[in-house]
Write a protein that binds this ligand. Structure first.
Ligand code: URA
Length: 243
């Protein structure tokens, strides 16, 4: 018996937030094995109980969301003939879940990659209309200065498009390179590298540290991963629902 709180199961299976799930239960719209309940802390068996909202069973097939700290040299794809992919470095038990990476990091970029089988989440979080911000830390050679910050804030003209305004913060100036934080809400091919090239600079190291409200867990070493926590799943649900 895999017993779980009802509000948790309703939220997870029905793509509701926890508070929406509690509201549905309180309103008497949720039943467990045909019996209506209004108590959110009712325990239900994750594997065998039939949970329904308004008489319609919620699928027991769960979406899976994993946070991976992608190492350099691994590609953000589901399969590749030559290189190791993000799916090659996670446990084989996830094979049945048909996970895919949400967006792409370059082979030499490391950091936060979300893996999921939730197409709505992937679609919405990558949609330019949703403006989901992605944060990076970069080591940059060349002159990164106040003018660069201003240009990034205005949008950088690249060969094929002009970027949306982005935030550039200089963190540290070293003898060999500048450490900078960049926040962009798009994700075009090599975007950050191309933005720096356009202002005469070069990225020598790039790491993604946040995807929307989800921060890369600092305890994950390169190549390690973990399922998202409840607080992170609340954010995922909001995005999946198109908020
Ligand atoms: N911008 C890049 O140039 N590369 C990445 O991997 C991500 C953003």
């Amino acid at each position: 018996m895999a017993a779980s709180r009802l509000d948790r199961l309703v939220a997870r299976r029905g793509a509701y937030t926890r508070s929406q799930a509690r509201e549905l239960i309180r309103a008497g719209r949720v039943s467990v094995n045909g019996k209506r309940t209004t108590s959110a802390d009712t325990k239900a068996d994750e594997d065998s109980d039939i949970i329904a909202v308004d008489g319609k069973a919620l699928s027991s097939e769960k979406y899976v969301y994993i946070m991976l700290n992608k190492p350099q040299g691994v590609i953000s794809a589901t399969e590749d003939k030559k290189d190791k992919t993000v799916l090659d470095i996670i446990d084989k038990k996830y094979k049945v879940c048909r996970l895919f990476p949400v967006g792409r990091l370059d082979k030499d970029t490391e950091g936060l990659v979300l893996l999921t089988n939730d197409g709505a989440f992937a679609h919405n979080s990558l949609s330019p209309k949703k403006h989901v911000e992605k944060r990076y830390i970069a080591y940059v050679t060349g002159d990164v200065n106040e003018e660069t910050i201003k240009l990034f804030g205005q949008g950088i003209e690249l060969k094929d498009f002009t970027t949306k305004p982005s935030t550039l913060i200089i963190k540290e100036r070293g003898p060999d390179y500048t450490t900078a934080e960049i926040v962009i809400s798009e994700g075009k091919f090599h975007q950050i590298k191309r933005m720096f090239e356009a202002v005469g600079c070069k990225i020598i190291y790039l790491k993604r540290t946040a995807f929307g409200e989800i921060e890369l867990d600092g305890s994950l070493k390169s190549g390690e991963y973990r399922p998202l926590k409840d607080s992170e799943l609340e954010y995922v649900k909001r995005i999946s629902q198109g908020e």
